[in-house]
Design a protein around this ligand. Structure first.
Ligand SMILES: [Zn+2]
Length: 572
């Protein structure tokens, strides 16, 4: 980054006070800039000016004159590709941070490899009373069944081990952990949960959905210092991939307090739109309603996150018809439609934005029905969000359309789930329910605003993998050729909007950030690949060269260790 030095400062000091230019404006020039414009289409620019407060003053387009003076600093873009900072519309911030602190099995390809990694981790951490972690997926291991406590005992038997499945909807315990949770052959699973059993009736080691707390509640809680360490790791995970804002789906008061500590210490680099986990957490954080934007638009409690059903992988998603590969179940709903409506009503009354996790087609139908009912009472610009909206019965699109028209509907979807889940989804749903699965183009066509994300730590918070999936519906090996259900692909422009302006709109932030335009925050990135023209496999490998939030550099690929340290806004 080149900046005019003392000479420019001297010139500036000599400028009369009545000068139109603020004294610390910054010019970014020599860039191949692209943003979603005010009309929703791609707008290209060659330079940008932002002010001392990190707010954009002007974009300079091809054919327009780049100002020669009137700014104190100049950043030479060196002809690089400049984009607005990307936004991940569905993350679990502290989950991502703690995943970085704990045992991560997400890259393991077999049970054997996972067990070896667990054994190593146990050896490396003899002091930890419990070994915790997650990321395992028996589908990826091609195991054909859940792993067992006995298998875990074979590598760690001296203390409890508790490992989350990649989707967070199941946990794997060793015998010591089952013992700590008093889970025995006689234990009953709570409603909405399941204890996987062996043939002899004893617990096998995996607890699904609402049965998870039987063991999880016995894990010693992390300290505030653990939270701060994990949060710093989560932020690194975001900004080094080009994310300058995220929506946190399901925060607790402890999470919120961690974000506030970072804000107070000036180490809150990534903007966070927060949704409290359920009514109690939301009210504990926000009291009578959403908070104001804090720390120069870096933090706000927007609303509430509710969890209507589970996930497809663990067969917790709530389906209209039985699972194709397990005909005795339709999934595990957490609420009836009446219970859901009551919770949504309570939140809407206090002006909280509502975000509901709905994966199965029955869950989506019930949610849309509740939204349509409540829209009679709670009018105006509500932007109710469906998180995942993974399987929608095409017969329900007209309801979505009516909700979109009356109060505004957000489809908060994760393109990378489609490529990761494809074979599993086909097994769970069978051949006749795939038309409405991961149906991004249909959601948009029926009036929902697309907000794209990753659901990290379920997936890496990598917007480039998601971008490639969104435009191709092919995985990293190009499978299946021509894309899976290719009619649901979306354009590059729609994809960029899903990761920028749409994701900001989904969090009531479109007048603050999400695009590069006068009056919005100067959140931008330099990258080595142009997502508007590159092939999907090249987009996947995009290197983020620099990340800037509010006019301050938070990441520089050439000085990675100094990244966050440079985050104080450019001024004085
Ligand atoms: Zn989630």
């Amino acid at each position: 980054m080149a900046r005019a030095g003392l000479a420019a400062l001297a010139v500036l000091l000599a400028t009369p006070a009545a000068s139109e230019s603020a004294w610390a404006d910054t010019l970014v020039d020599n860039v191949a800039g692209q943003t979603i414009g005010a009309d929703g289409h791609i707008e290209r620019f060659k330079a940008m000016v932002f002010d001392d407060a990190g707010v954009v003053k002007a974009l300079i387009h091809e054919g327009e004159k780049t100002p020669k003076k009137g700014f104190q600093y100049r950043i030479d873009g060196k002809g690089r590709i400049m984009l607005p900072g990307l936004i991940d519309a569905h993350v679990h911030v502290m989950g991502t941070g703690f995943a970085a602190l704990t045992l991560d099995l997400s890259e393991t390809k077999s049970l054997g490899e996972a067990l070896a990694k667990i054994a190593d981790y146990a050896k490396a951490h003899p002091d930890r009373p419990w070994l915790i972690g997650g990321g395992w997926n028996q589908e990826r291991w091609k195991l054909g069944r859940f792993p067992t406590a006995t298998e875990l005992d074979s590598v760690v038997s001296d203390r409890p081990v508790w490992l989350d499945r990649a989707d967070g909807h199941a946990g794997w315990a060793n015998s010591a952990a089952l013992k700590a949770g008093a889970v025995t052959a006689a234990s009953q699973a709570p409603a909405g949960g399941e204890i996987i059993h062996l043939a002899d009736g004893s617990p096998a080691g995996v607890l699904v959905d609402n049965a998870r707390p039987l063991v999880e509640t016995h894990v010693p809680p992390p300290t505030p210092r653990d939270y701060d360490t994990a949060f710093a790791l989560a932020q690194q995970n975001f900004y080094r991939r080009g994310l300058t804002a995220v929506a946190d789906m399901g925060a607790t008061l402890e999470d919120w307090q961690t974000f506030r500590r970072a804000g107070d210490a000036n180490t809150l680099y990534v903007r966070i739109m927060v949704y409290g986990a359920g009514i109690d957490n939301t009210i504990r954080i926000g009291g009578p309603g959403p908070t104001p934007w804090l720390y120069a638009d870096r933090l706000r409690l927007n609303g509430i996150k509710l969890l209507l059903d589970g996930a497809l992988g663990s067969r917790g998603a709530w389906l209209k018809a039985p699972y194709h590969d397990r005909p005795d179940t339709r999934g595990l709903p957490n609420f009836t439609q009446t219970q859901l409506s009551n919770l949504m009503s309570r939140a809407a009354m206090d002006q909280y934005q509502i975000a509901v996790h709905a994966i199965g087609d029955e869950a989506n139908a019930v949610l849309l029905g509740a939204m349509e009912d409540l829209a009679q009472t709670y009018k105006g610009d509500r932007r109710w969000r469906i998180e995942h909206a993974q399987v929608i019965d095409p017969a329900d699109w007209p309801i979505a359309e009516r909700v979109a028209k009356s109060v505004g509907l957000i489809a908060s979807m994760q393109p990378v789930h489609q490529t990761s889940d494809r074979l599993m989804a086909e097994a769970r749903l069978g051949p006749n329910r795939l038309a409405g699965a991961y149906a991004w183009a249909s959601a948009k066509a029926h009036g929902a605003v697309l907000a794209f994300g990753s659901d990290t730590p379920v997936e890496l918070p990598d917007p480039w993998t998601g971008f490639a999936a969104a435009i191709s519906r092919e995985d990293e090996n190009g499978q299946p050729p021509q894309g899976w259900q290719p009619q649901e692909r979306v354009s590059r422009e729609t994809t960029l909007a899903g990761y920028t302006s749409g994701a900001a709109y989904a969090g009531f932030a479109e007048k603050r950030f999400g695009r590069l335009a006068p009056g919005l925050r100067a959140d931008f990135i330099f990258v080595d690949t142009d997502p508007m023209v590159a092939a999907p496999e090249a987009i996947r490998k995009t290197k983020v060269l620099e990340t800037w939030v509010g006019g301050g550099k938070v990441w520089d690929a050439e000085k990675p260790e100094g990244g966050a340290g440079a985050a104080v806004p450019v001024k004085k």
